[in-house]
Write a protein that binds this ligand. Structure first.
Ligand code: PXP
Length: 249
């Protein structure tokens, strides 16, 4: 089923990465979030990593209280992070895998290998009234296990699709298939990672996908055209793809 409006959540980690290069105050991810909201973002996403390499505790505190849109906190399945999430009580938490040496989140959650821990984290968050999404690879078995874990939503990892150059091919087919399966199972479907204005179209056109989380390409583009324009360009690319409806059988 095609969600009428596909939500664009902007990941502001990359603004914090630039700030941390100097360990100073600017640029502020909280200020960036406010600008994104005015420019048309439906929500703000931030990943508080265990190593605090970009987003800091004070950032998520501020985003949780000041974000005028919807705040999606990305966190690892670790007691410390679940504790912070329960205290800040954002409307949504996306559980993500974390490996210390990785440059960015490189693969989806290992739900099969860690079902008990993932299930426990999902339960603790949901019991507190927080919507829970699992960031997973587009793999049929992992979609089914996500449902069994009690998640409200999955976020399909679009990294392989982006690495393959976007467009038609097996990586897009896997996203289309898993989005449909998840929706049939009653899960809400999100997607993200590595998306830019050039490759977002085929993913935005998948009817079941109701939310995209995009960071790096928007913040990169903002250097040249400014943040509001970069947000508007992405919004325009998503809306155009949605209107053309390439996958609406
Ligand atoms: N979704 C998740 C779970 C992520 O970890 C990231 C990475 O920051 C994104 C979406 C956004 O990816 P990108 O920054 O490549 O747009």
């Amino acid at each position: 089923m095609r969600a009428r409006h596909q939500r664009l959540y902007i990941n502001v980690d990359h603004v914090a990465t630039l700030r941390q290069a100097r360990r100073g105050d600017e640029p502020s991810p909280v200020e960036a979030a406010a600008i994104c909201e005015v420019a048309g973002a439906d929500g703000i996403t931030a990943h508080l990593r265990e190593d605090r390499r970009h987003i800091q505790d004070a950032d998520v505190e501020a985003l949780a209280t000041m974000s005028k849109s919807y705040f999606n906190l990305e966190a690892a399945c670790a007691d410390e992070m679940i504790g912070i999430a329960l205290r800040l009580h954002p409307p949504q938490v996306t559980l993500v895998p974390e490996r210390r040496q990785e440059i960015t989140t490189e693969g989806g959650l290992d739900v099969a290998g860690d079902a008990e821990r993932v299930g426990r984290c999902v339960r603790r968050l949901r019991d507190a009234g927080i919507r829970v999404s699992l960031f997973i690879d587009p793999d049929e078995e992992t979609v089914r296990l996500s449902k069994k874990c009690g998640a409200d939503a999955i976020e399909l990892h679009t990294g392989q699709y982006a690495l393959a150059g976007g467009g038609d091919g097996p990586a897009l087919d896997a996203l289309v298939h898993c989005a449909k399966l998840a929706s049939d199972l009653g899960l809400a479907v999100h997607a993200g990672h590595g998306l830019n204005v050039a490759n977002v179209g085929p993913v935005a056109a998948i009817p079941e996908i109701e939310e995209l989380n995009i960071g790096h390409s928007i913040v990169s583009r903002a250097i040249f055209v400014g943040l509001p324009e970069a947000v508007r360009e992405m919004r325009g690319a998503m809306d155009a793809a949605r209107r053309s409806g390439a996958h609406s059988a």
